[in-house]
Design a protein around this ligand. Structure first.
Ligand code: FMN
Length: 221
C-alpha cells in the first residue's frame, strides 16, 4: 500500500507513522525549574547525534496553543537535563510521569520514584534507572508544526555517564539484555530488549570499525 501524508488516505484505522521506525527506546528526561522544582517526563523521540563529542537530541512538541512543555522550559531556562534509561520494570512508573500535570508538579513524587543527585548538573537522576547521562543544553531547533505550536528539537552535550555496576559485564560492556530496556512500537504498544547478537564489520581493522565497536585503541568512541 501507499498513501500520501497530506491526503491522509491510508485506509488504515490508525495512523501507522509511529510504527515505521521502531523500536524507539524511551528516554526519561529529568530537569529542574529555575526555582528548584524537579520535573520528569518520558520522550521516545530521542536520539544520539554523534559520539565524539556525544551529542543527543529530544524532539518535544509544543501544545496546540503554542505553549512549551515543562521539560522544554526547564532545559532552555537552566541549560541542563539528565537522560535516564527506562528498564521494563519501571514502565508503569514511566507512564505515570507522562501525565500532563501543571507546571511545577514533581513527577518523581507522583510516581513514587527515589531521586539521586547528579555529579556535574543540578537535575536529579532516577535512582532506580540503570543508566543515566548528565547533559548540558546546546541549542534548540524549532520546526514548523501543524497548528500554533512548533516541534522543538533540543540538543544537549553529554558530560557524564552513570552505569549501575551490576549491569556491567566482565568484558566491560553494558549488559543490555539484563537491563531489559523498554521501547516504543507505535500505537500504545511496547517491547522489551532482552536479547542481543553480534555482527562483525566487513572491514574489521579500519578506524571506522574501531569507532563502531569502542575497542581499546579508541576507547569510548
Ligand atoms: C512512552 C512515551 C513517549 C513520549 N514521547 C514523547 C515525545 O517524543 N515528544 C513529546 O513531545 N511528547 C512525548 N510524550 C508525551 C510527554 O511525556 C507528555 O506530554 C508529558 O506530560 C510532558 O511532560 P512535561 O510537560 O513535564 O515535559 C511521550 C509519552 C510517553 C508515555
Amino acid at each position: 500500500m501507499f498513501y500520501e501524508i497530506e491526503k491522509g488516505n491510508s485506509n488504515l484505522k490508525v495512523n501507522p507513522f509511529k510504527s515505521c521506525n521502531v523500536p524507539r527506546a524511551i528516554s526519561w528526561i529529568s530537569t529542574k525549574s529555575v526555582d528548584g522544582k524537579d520535573n520528569l517526563a518520558p520522550y521516545s523521540q530521542f536520539q544520539n547525534l554523534s559520539f565524539d563529542p556525544p551529542y543527543v537530541m529530544v524532539a518535544i512538541n509544543q501544545t496546540p496553543e503554542g505553549k512549551r512543555k515543562d521539560t522544554t522550559i526547564n532545559i532552555e531556562e537552566t541549560g541542563e537535563f539528565v537522560y535516564n534509561m527506562v528498564s521494563t520494570d519501571l514502565g508503569e512508573k514511566m507512564n505515570i510521569t507522562a501525565n500532563g500535570v501543571p507546571y511545577g508538579t514533581d513527577e518523581f513524587e507522583l510516581a513514587n520514584l527515589e531521586k539521586a543527585p547528579s555529579t556535574l548538573v543540578k537535575p536529579m537522576r532516577v535512582a532506580a534507572s540503570p543508566v543515566q547521562m548528565e547533559c548540558v543544553y546546546v541549542q534548540t531547533i524549532r520546526l514548523p508544526g501543524n497548528g500554533a505550536g512548533t516541534v522543538d528539537i533540543l540538543i544537549g552535550k553529554v558530560v557524564g555517564i552513570h552505569i549501575k555496576d551490576e549491569f556491567i559485564t566482565v568484558d566491560g560492556k553494558i549488559d543490555i539484555p539484563k537491563i531489559r530496556p523498554l521501547a516504543r512500537l507505535g500505537y500504545l504498544d511496547y517491547t522489551t530488549v532482552d536479547t542481543s547478537f553480534t555482527m562483525d564489520l566487513y572491514d574489521g581493522r579500519s578506524a571506522y570499525a574501531q569507532g563502531m565497536s569502542g575497542t581499546p585503541e579508541t576507547p569510548f568512541k
